[in-house]
Design a protein around this ligand. Sequence first.
Ligand SMILES: *Cc1c(COP(=O)(O)O)cnc(C)c1O
Length: 334
Amino acid sequence: MLDLADILAARRTISGTVARTPLVPSLHMGSVAGQDFLLKLENTQPIGAFKLRGAVNAVFNLGDGARGVTCCSTGNHGRGVAYAARARGIPAVICMSSLVPQTKVDGIRALGADVRITGRSQDDALAESLRLCEAEGLTEISPFDDPYVIAGQGTIGLELFEDRPDLDTILVPLSGGGLAGGVARAAKAIKPDVKVIGVSMDRGAAMHASLLAGHPVEVEEVASLADSLGGGIGLENRLSFALCRDYLDDVVLVTEEEIYRAMQTLYYEDRIVAEGACVVGIAAMQSGKLPKPKGPVATIITGRNVDMEVFTQVVTGRDVTLGDLTIKGRRYGA
Ligand SMILES: *Cc1c(COP(=O)(O)O)cnc(C)c1O
């Protein structure tokens, strides 16, 4: 289905376009874990998130006749596809609904992509993206259910073991499972007894619900501090569900309060500005939801593209309201 050779090939394809990111110790989290605790800094990628790895591998593997690429993500995948297409010298059309905030539109345009605004929902944007595939011969790039995307994300697993061959546990933020599936596949091929644990928020965790059900299921999408972890895994999921089922040791869920605290921890202890999605590993460790590790632990700081208004509220200990959700403020250390 996807093996180490695919991930090694991805590494050759993306080197030069994607950063080889640092793995740095967090002294504070090390004292919480009772073992070295390492942060894989994917927030230092050129687009501020790991999604560049999978997007570059997918776009660079398109045949010579490729006319261009499209997707309907307004988040990190959209940024990744835009950047990858520019690096390869082909057009990218990112489809969005008219409800998407102007800053996101501007961010993706700044990466050289054509932004097409249609309709008033994500479904309308997806329909336009699929229409462009038919009408203009563009290729749609899935954010997580594509073999090249998953192999690209899996290159993080290779780098982790190059830097720390003695890793005992890897904590991976989990949404559609392209990242967790790819990293777990690489990690288990290199060190079969390493533990790879997916972490999601406890509201609207589609992969967790699907693994429990034994097949892909839909969950209601709700607001979360970890907004990059929202969305479904697709009822027709081809790859990422089976990879997560076969290669993850466990999936742990964290609350919004735990994510809030973990954003503060990463900011005050390690001085890192990060999205809620990428602190879920820290949240799981801090809240005592993980078994005591027997050796070094790594987590992936997946991205920095946080709404700065929300981030400021969190680090100054104010209440945060997102949709129907209000998280009670609390100052760090209080
Ligand atoms: C996409 C994303 C994830 C989750 O990746 P999946 O492959 O969908 O599981 C985690 N963190 C950030 C910042 C992301 O953009």
